[in-house]
Design a protein around this ligand. Structure first.
Ligand code: C5P
Length: 293
């Protein structure tokens, strides 16, 4: 028997980074959005925990106990008493260190896959609690869709939307580590507690132009400070017809909204021709979170 799980990348439509807490995390008000750019994880019976990683950027990801998917399998085994025996194979398509929560996605996928393989039968709520222990973005990778995140990002409220958003992601050559982006924001004087009310209103009305105009990310200043060349990418996206653009999460991937799938394809080609990024990806959202197939 083997279990195959597909798990989406995320972009933050809104990311207000509040004060640094005593536990080293920042208090967030964010709006997560899952897009159809997927990592795939296959879990099969093994002698112990084993991990192989293939696909885009696989060489940059540790395939040992430092990997969040490995830690997810260990945590699930510890809490349920299941024997920690599984062979995990992850095929990466989500950019590594790209601000799209690829590592968190893999952890969510490992939880879903091992729960199925080991027949531990945890509820989605129980899985979500384990997910929050693993990382701030892991509960959202389980849930998917569009959701407001508070606390350190792990407390989620579903947002109902009707419109599909068409995205172009401009992937950068060099990744940015998430802690480095948060540290840089603190060094620059910190973020804000800006509420996403106007964005939520635009989402409610399905007004894509307004949604695009309301994209907001406090970590963008930190990403631009660490990688100033991203300004060119953001400017190029807007000049080439994006309805709006923003750095995704802690960066360096830049995310652009287009009016349609065709416009997104055209924008991706134009960005590639301008050579303002390493690669482009066209995607759409929202999509569900980690699902066994
Ligand atoms: O939760 P996760 O392990 O994914 O977070 C990675 C790092 O990002 C944390 O160690 C912290 O430096 C930073 N972070 C933060 N505040 C948050 C979420 C993440 O400072 N709310």
């Amino acid at each position: 028997m083997q279990v195959r799980v597909r798990v989406p990348a995320k972009v933050n439509l809104h990311l207000a980074v509040g004060p640094l807490r005593r536990d080293g995390y920042h208090e967030l008000v964010t709006v997560f959005h899952a897009v159809d750019l997927y990592d795939e994880l296959v879990a099969a019976p093994g002698e112990r925990i084993e991990l192989a990683i293939i696909g885009d950027g696989a060489g940059e990801v540790p395939a040992d106990e430092r990997n969040l998917a490995w830690r997810a399998a260990t945590l699930l085994a510890d809490r349920t008493g299941a024997a920690p025996k599984v062979r995990l194979e992850i095929t990466k398509a989500i950019p590594v260190a790209g601000g799209m929560a690829g590592g968190s996605a893999d952890a969510a996928a490992a939880l879903v896959a091992c729960d199925r393989l080991w027949r531990t039968g945890l509820s989605r709520t129980a899985l979500s609690e384990l997910a929050a222990e693993l990382g701030s973005d892991v509960p959202f990778a389980l849930l998917g869709g569009t959701a407001v995140g508070t606390g350190r990002g792990e407390r989620l409220t579903w947002v109902t939307t009707n419109e599909t958003l068409h995205w172009v992601f401009a992937v950068a050559e060099q990744g940015i580590s998430t802690p480095a982006a948060y540290r840089e924001l603190d060094r620059l004087g910190g973020g804000s507690t800006t509420a996403p009310d106007a964005l939520l209103e635009a989402l409610h009305h399905g007004d894509i132009k307004l949604i695009a105009a309301r994209l907001y990310n406090d970590l963008q200043a930190a990403a631009l400070s660490l990688a100033p060349e991203l300004q060119r990418t953001l400017d190029a996206g807007r000049e080439l017809g994006a309805l709006g653009g923003v750095v995704s999460g802690s960066g360096p991937t830049c995310a652009f909204i287009a009016a349609s799938r065709d416009d997104a394809a055209r924008l991706a080609a134009a960005l590639a021709a301008e050579r303002v990024c390493l690669a482009t990806r066209v995607a759409a959202g929202p999509v569900p979170g980690a699902l066994a197939r």
